[in-house]
Design a protein around this ligand. Structure first.
Ligand code: ADP
Ligand code: MG
Length: 821
């Protein structure tokens, strides 16, 4: 022991020695053994990142008494789990728990978790009014040494057992301090993602409910663990991403009742065998958004608890109150060490990591009174009932004993409570137990048993584990979004690519056509250049040739001259031939060109003559056409004349027949013989066939008629009784129609009431109208209207159609009708 101390903690030696030694008493060996094993475990766990979990658990008072769960500092606190009680000879190393010892320390924290013992604090209730009186003469049965974290349980006046706890809270300890040392480390651990349990154990009336469940609505300072825990949780989470839900239940006689819904009185426990999670899905879960709503929940639960217990005829001390807080937290930016190595290439991978959700559960249990029910009868319960009432609590004790003794079998399944708290003892939760004791020596036995319970619980080792799960849903959502983005991007890129291809194709085509055009241009230029050159050379050659020819002619002349004088011909001939012979090829070319030119000139000449020929024939044809046209015109004129002649002859005929009729009638009746004979003579008067003097002839005949008969007489005949006379008169009138003065009369009388007369007048009008020469007078005399009327209204079909024909065949009438609209 001394060696150990000197080796590890030389600086602490004096105080540790002086304080511990006198009190430790006999079982030093056991303590040392335990401490050593603890140390070895802790040294292993040094490799783990425990700083995060190592909250200031249990004790902030002295350096020596600081306990840090699993932390390296813990090793220095010598009597880590040392009970000074002489009778407890069962100190063993490494109490049984999940995967304890070296196995845990060698592997990563995610797999094995963090070792952590169940932390136990003891709280002494101050004497109450009754005890003040009743125990006035007696000393308390417990004496606390808080700075040593020790409790002395008085056996008698001269002997006491000393026990050491993780924290010793005197009757003066404030609620705040109790919360901070008992529950705060657990709450912080829950906020970090571990399950946590806080429970109060003790005899009825010792202050369990005061410690755990006090609402503190009247006195803020009196707020208990539940209220303060929720305050810390609300302060520690971000409600935008995280969620808090709460269930509140009561366990009594092995049934779980919902304190938030009294009708829900048999909630079953569901255990996930894979994860070891225990849940109560049947319980009402209320989402907590603020502290006020949580207080309301607690109050509601309390009311329901009271009502339920009244109904069951029991006390709340017989039931366990269980508050379950479920926390879901999003862990943002939780990157592994890999990302820092190669951040750029892993950017995508990093962003595709599913976000992590940490699920943690805080269970706060106000246990039933720990006192044994021997007075079951007096409370109106049968023994069986009493057993059942205490079943859960005794099962808890048994489990803790088994765990403390490192037993291979932990009877967790014996009760609902142990099933529910399965994770809190020997599991993966961080657990704090506060045991409450009263000062009265009258309850020394219960106090002792409570202390023993606490002592055994201290040996229970837990292995904390993070309850993390990947949020695959949101990852999938994120992947979907990313996929959609990529698809859109791909589509965009494709479009750009296609556009680029199109552009390049167009460009290539343009360049191709440019090149082609350039090529053609160059070709053309080259061609014209060569042509020009060729023509120039031809021209030059021609000039040369002409010059040569001239020269040769001159030479010849000279020669001829010389020939006459002197005989130097051969020389001259030589000089003439020489240049030609100089360039025989050129000569050949020249000859060829000359021949070609001649041929072309000949062709041009032929074409010219052909053109002149065709022009001549064309002129001939056109003069022929002119001649024919003239002939046609003459013919038309002739035709018109003849037609007029016919018209005149027709009217003459009419006149003659009228005259004949008149003469006949005169012969018959003798009354108007004179007139008729006059008429007849007029009618039978031979007419001049020549158009030239026909007008004068007509005028003469009319004048004659007027002389002989008088127009008035003729007109009066129109009213004659005899139809024949009337008709005859009309015929005469018709014949006279072309004469001056007759037309207006005819037009006026065209609408004569007497049908027979009218018919003749109408007929006369039609005849008159057939001569284009009359058209002017007729139009001026208003005859067109009459003609139109006749063509429409005349009862005689033939006259109607005659009028119509006449109107439509005359251009003048048509024009007039158009003018009149
Ligand atoms: P339990 O729940 O263990 O049966 P309670 O919490 O109901 O005990 O406490 C019994 C009585 O003692 C209550 O009146 C309570 O106010 C009082 N009491 C308990 N602990 C303390 C304390 N630390 N200081 C003052 N009064 C206390
Ligand atoms: Mg209570």
């Amino acid at each position: 022991f001394f060696f150990f101390f000197f080796f590890f903690f030389p600086t602490f030696l004096p105080s540790q020695f002086s304080r511990t030694l006198p009190l430790t008493g006999i079982p030093l060996a056991a303590t040392v053994a335990f401490s050593l094993s603890d140390l070895s475990r802790c040294s292993h766990s040094l490799t783990l990142d425990l700083a995060a979990m190592a909250t200031s658990a249990f004790g902030t008072t002295t350096a020596t008494s600081n306990y840090r769960n699993g932390g390296a500092a813990n090793a220095r606190n010598l009597p880590k789990n040392s009970s000074v009680k002489s009778k407890t000879g069962v100190r063993k190393s490494a109490p049984g728990s999940l995967g304890g010892g070296g196995a845990a320390s060698s592997s990563s924290k995610d797999d094995a978790g963090v070792p952590g013992r169940v932390r136990v604090a003891v709280r002494l209730r101050p004497r109450n009014a009754e005890e003040m009186v009743a125990d006035a003469d007696f000393a308390d049965c417990v004496e606390l040494q808080p700075e040593l974290k020790r409790l002395k349980l008085r056996k008698n006046n001269w002997d006491s057992d000393t026990y050491e706890f993780d924290e010793v809270l005197t009757e003066f300890a404030s609620q705040k301090r109790v919360y901070e040392v008992v529950a705060k480390p657990v709450v912080e651990s829950v906020l970090d993602g571990y399950n946590g349990t806080v429970m109060a154990y003790g005899q009825t009336g010792t202050g369990k409910t005061y410690t755990v469940g006090q609402l503190g609505d009247e006195d803020m300072a009196a707020r208990g663990i539940m209220v303060r825990a929720m305050e810390d949780i609300l302060a520690g989470v971000s409600l935008e991403t995280d969620s808090i839900s709460v269930s509140y239940m009561q366990l009594y006689m092995e049934t779980i009742q919902d304190l938030l819904d009294p009708t829900n009185d048999n909630i079953s426990i569901v255990e996930d065998h894979k994860t070891g999670d225990v849940s109560l899905p049947g319980a009402t879960q209320v989402e907590i958004r603020d502290h006020h709503s949580f207080l309301e929940i607690l109050k509601l639960g309390e009311d329901h608890r009271f009502a339920a217990n009244t109904k069951l005829n029991t006390e709340s001390s017989r039931s366990h109150a269980i508050l379950m807080v479920n926390l879901r937290r999003f862990v943002k930016g939780k990157d592994s060490a890999v990302s820092s190595e190669n951040s750029s290439s892993l950017q995508t991978v990093k962003s595709l990591k599913p976000s992590v959700v940490r699920k943690a559960k805080l269970v706060v249990v106000d246990l039933a009174g720990s006192e044994r029910i021997h007075k079951s009868g007096s409370e109106g319960h049968t023994l069986e009932e009493a057993k059942s009432i205490n079943l859960s609590l005794s099962a808890l004790g048994k489990c803790i004993n088994a765990l403390a003794e490192n037993s291979p079998h932990i009877p967790v399944r014996d009760s609902k409570l142990t099933r529910l708290l399965r994770d809190s003892f020997g599991g993966t939760a961080r657990t704090s137990l506060v045991i409450t004791v009263g000062p009265s020596p009258r309850h020394r036995g219960e106090t002792a048993s409570t202390i023993m319970f606490g002592q055994r619980a201290m040996k229970v080792e837990n292995m904390l584990k993070l309850k993390e799960e990947f949020d695959y849903k949101s990852l999938s959502r994120r992947l979907d979004i990313q996929l959609d983005k990529l698809i859109a991007e791909h589509e965009r890129q494709q479009k750009i690519f296609e556009d680029e291809i199109e552009r390049l194709t167009a460009e290539a085509e343009r360049q191709l056509s440019d090149a082609e055009r350039n090529y053609v241009q160059a070709l053309e230029k080259e061609r014209s250049k060569y042509q020009k050159e060729y023509l120039e050379s031809i021209k030059k050659l021609e000039e040369k040739w002409i010059m040569n020819q001239r020269k040769s002619v001159n030479d010849e002349n000279k020669l001829r001259h010389k020939d006459v004088g002197s005989n130097v011909l051969p020389n001259a001939k030589e000089s003439k031939v020489a240049p030609m012979e100089e360039n025989p090829e050129m000569k050949k070319l020249l000859e060829k060109e000359t021949a070609h030119r001649k041929a072309v000139e000949e062709e041009v000449w032929t074409l010219k003559t052909q053109l002149a020929e065709s022009r001549r024939s064309e002129a001939l044809q056109s003069s022929e056409i002119v001649k024919l046209r003239k002939m046609l015109d003459d013919e038309a004129h002739q035709k018109e004349k003849l037609e007029m002649e016919i018209g005149k002859l027709q009217s003459h005929l009419l006149q003659l027949s009228v005259e004949a009729d008149e003469t006949r009638r005169q012969l018959d009746s003798g009354g108007s013989e004179e007139v008729l004979s006059g008429l007849d003579s007029l009618l039978h008067q031979p007419r001049q066939p020549q158009s030239d003097n026909s007008e004068t002839g007509d005028k003469e005949s009319v004048a004659k008629l007027f002389e002989q008969v008088g127009l008035h007489k003729i007109l009066s005949l129109l009213e004659a009784e005899d139809a024949d006379v009337r008709i005859h008169a009309v015929k005469v009138v018709a014949n006279l129609a072309a004469e001056d003065g007759a037309l207006p009369w005819i037009v006026q009388n065209a609408n004569n009431e007497a049908a027979s007369v009218r018919r003749h007048i109408e007929l006369a009008l039609c005849h008159l109208a057939q001569h284009e020469a009359n058209s002017r007078d007729m139009i001026n005399g208003g005859a067109v209207w009459e003609m139109v009327r006749i063509s429409r209204d005349c009862p005689r079909e033939d006259i109607r159609s005659l009028a119509h024909r006449t109107l439509t065949s005359s251009h003048s009438f048509q024009a007039e009708m158009r003018r009149l609209g």
